[in-house]
Design a protein around this ligand. Structure first.
Ligand code: FMN
Length: 183
């Protein structure tokens, strides 16, 4: 697939199954991630691969986090426990921000987010399916602690990656709605 077609046709795929990416495909995704624009060359990111049984551990962590805030019904418990089983691989993308005299932390989070988008594109280019998810479990202190986040770090997304169970077609872009000339 040529680069522009990949950009124009990328879609998120929520319905994913095994197999996950090969080590070569994953390497390509990370090489793309690490080419994200990065003001100050801070490299304000790190990533966790969660696959196989580690996904069950993540489900238990989700459950523990949600159970600290509320009484959970058995259905809710199953839901949180099973969330990470929706793909063979989950990549936790972490913005790992540092004090910098010229680059505010917000820009570093943007750079880490660009890395995630690069990974989505690299996944799509290789015929993989992927979706960027967040939600309350990306911001919960129990989850952040359980995943080992340190001061200055935040989760910018969970990237679910696998084999698409169904294909989707990208919607037509509405360029005129969002673009105008100025001056
Ligand atoms: C920061 C961020 C967080 C997101 N969180 C979720 C999420 O938790 N659940 C979800 O279904 N989609 C989430 N999305 C949206 C999907 O990743 C996806 O973009 C959306 O379903 C539209 O599909 P498309 O990428 O094919 O246009 C998020 C997107 C971004 C950029």
């Amino acid at each position: 697939m040529d680069a522009l077609s990949n950009l124009h046709q990328r879609v998120s795929i929520a319905a994913l199954e095994a197999p996950g990416p090969t080590s070569q495909q994953l390497d390509n995704m990370y090489r793309a991630a690490l080419r994200a624009p990065d003001h100050g060359a801070i490299q304000p990111w790190r990533f966790l691969n969660i696959a196989g049984d580690a996904r069950q551990k993540l489900g238990e962590l989700y459950l523990r986090a949600m159970a600290t805030d509320q009484e959970l019904s058995p259905e809710q418990q199953t839901k949180f426990r099973n969330m990470p089983l929706r793909a063979p691989l989950i990549i936790v993308a972490i913005a790992s921000t540092k004090d910098h005299p010229k680059v505010p932390r917000s820009e570093q989070v943007i750079a880490a987010s660009c890395a995630v988008q690069n990974m989505l594109l690299a996944a799509h280019a290789q015929g993989l399916g992927a979706i960027w998810r967040t939600g309350e479990l990306a911001y919960h202190p129990v989850v952040m602690d359980g995943l080992g986040l340190q001061e200055g770090e935040e989760i910018v997304g969970y990237l679910y990656v696998g084999t698409p169970m169904r294909q989707r077609t990208a919607p037509q872009p509405e360029i005129d709605k969002f673009v105008s000339d100025w001056g």
